[in-house]
Design a protein around this ligand. Structure first.
Ligand code: FAD
Length: 466
């Protein structure tokens, strides 16, 4: 006998969208069940944000240990034990996923292992290896995330790998071809280039990130990658792969010419597709786009009023913090709060060298929306802390509305851009002006002073440039 288990809110998927939604829903007094078919933490914690940043850290440490002669440091016999790197990376992931489990339990969320499938708008079946259980619910939050796109000419094998494969390689490859110079391709390419891999990036458009970051920013990254020995081929069309016993030959077309490149592995990072095809959403009549993204309103509600959707399965940037943000809103909406999504303050970061970060408007988007702006720029090279860090590559641009100085965006290319972008995000959320930032006392010497100086530039009164 299968007696249905009743719950208020059922969350499907325990990635950064789902687990955050579950915790917030529980905080608001809902009886919450979360269903996860894989590992708690989803893509982000297990095979995404966190392990990639661990590999990037290890690669960077190795590279700087070898190449600090310019500041008087030289080291001999710097070696990598890649299995130890992987072991450390695994520990970081375990600590975080264990933390998520503790947080869910601490908030009295029921954790159910298995794959969820809709029966109707108030009923789910959860299948485990050899059992099935029915759940009835008042509200559901879909947070099933995404998976790598597979292109027919590059079926995944031992040597044709996706991001998960690239994060879990048993050894440092001698040569790696990456198809797709987007965020994931660039981040993993940087990590391996630092480990000494000869990296070739085949990018279909005319620049890295296909124009989603300003050209001045992406150029800093491609220049730096080339300095590490990486080759970046733009306007390149990947054609096919010939798999050998110990490697691959990838053919591609550039400017009408067919070329090929050999490597140990080919990493395909050409996008991710939403996990909305094996959930039984058609049983409930959930409306989706032709790309399989779920349509939602400003409270993350689908066309079926008690079912919500968040994260990589809805439109917008596929980012962990965007998923978490939507998760809180969905949980709050279920409890009757007036919370609504506003995407302006969602930052996007690339953990490249230098790091890139953007939030709110850039100049081009402002122009498209007919907003007159002052874009005030300040270089890292004019900041004492950046000099003392030996990291002078890059700039910060503060985008303010011309009429009143309101901060509406910012772009940063430079070391620690990923952390610095938070101040500009705060300014946007709090409705601050350039003057507010300029009047905020920033400790010296810090990279934060770059933001303060850019605000001074916006006001026409910078101290440290003329
Ligand atoms: P996911 O994290 O994908 O979680 C969905 C969960 O749902 C999964 O655990 C899955 O097993 C489960 N699930 C699916 N179907 C079912 C079902 N039927 N029943 C039960 N469970 C189910 N983002 C950033 O913001 N910063 C980064 O630095 C960053 N780096 C990345 C690096 C890589 C290599 C990759 C691949 C991604 C990276 N991302 C990064 C993107 C980020 O991982 C995603 O945007 C984020 O994980 C999306 O969260 P989510 O909750 O929507 O889904």
């Amino acid at each position: 006998g299968d007696f249905p288990i009743e719950t208020d809110t059922i969350v499907i998927g325990a990635g950064p969208g789902g687990y955050v939604a579950a915790i917030r829903a529980a905080q608001l007094g809902q009886k919450v069940t979360i269903v996860e078919k894989g590992e708690l933490g989803g893509v982000c914690l297990n095979v995404g944000c966190i392990p990639s940043k661990a590999l990037i850290t290890a690669g960077h440490r190795y590279e700087t240990a070898k190449h600090s002669d310019d500041i008087g440091i030289s080291a001999e016999n710097v070696t990598v034990d890649f299995s130890k790197v992987q072991e450390w990376k695994g520990k970081v992931v375990k600590q975080l996923t264990g933390g998520v489990q503790g947080l869910l339990k601490g908030n009295k969320v029921d954790i159910v292992k298995g794959e969820a499938y809709f029966v109707d708008a108030n009923t789910l079946r959860v299948m485990d290896e050899n059992s099935a259980q029915t759940y009835t619910f008042k509200n559901a939050i879909l947070a099933t995330g995404s998976r790598p796109v597979e292109i027919p000419t590059f079926k995944y094998t031992k040597r044709v790998i996706n991001s998960t494969g690239a994060l879990n390689l048993p050894e440092i490859p001698k040569k790696l071809v990456i198809i797709g110079g987007g965020v994931i391709g660039v981040e993993l390419g940087t990590a391996y280039a630092n480990f000494g891999t000869e990296v070739t990036i085949l990018e279909g458009s005319s620049e890295l990130f296909a124009g989603s970051f300003e050209k001045q920013m992406s150029t800093l990254v491609s220049r730096n990658l080339k300095k590490k020995g990486a080759e970046i081929v733009t306007n390149a069309m990947a054609k096919g792969v010939d798999e050998k016993e110990d490697g691959v030959v990838v053919t591609y077309e550039v400017k009408g010419e067919e070329k090929s490149v050999e490597a140990d592995y080919v990493l395909v990072t050409v996008g991710r597709r939403p996990n909305t095809d094996e959930l039984g959403l058609e049983q409930v009549g959930i409306e989706m786009t032709d790309r399989g993204l779920v349509n939602i309103d400003k409270q993350c509600r689908t066309n079926v009023s008690n079912i919500y959707a968040i994260g990589d399965i809805v439109a917008g940037p596929q980012l962990a913090h965007k998923a978490s943000y939507e998760g809180k809103i969905a949980a709050e909406a279920i409890s009757g709060h007036p919370s609504e999504i506003d995407y302006l303050g969602i930052p996007a970061v690339v953990f490249s060298e230098p790091e890139l970060a953007t939030v709110g408007y850039d100049e081009k988007q402002a122009k498209e929306d007919g907003i007159e702006v002052v874009a005030a720029k300040f270089p890292f090279a004019a900041n004492g802390r950046a000099l003392a860090l030996n990291s002078t590559d890059g700039f910060l641009k503060l985008v303010t509305r011309k009429e009143d100085g309101l901060v509406i965006g910012g772009q940063i290319a430079g070391t620690s851009a990923s952390d610095m972008i938070a101040e500009i995000g705060l300014a946007i959320e709090a409705g601050m002006t350039a003057e507010d930032i300029a009047m905020t006392i920033h400790a010296h010497p810090t990279l934060g002073e770059i933001t303060m100086e850019a605000a001074e530039v916006a006001l026409g009164t910078p101290i440290h440039i003329v």
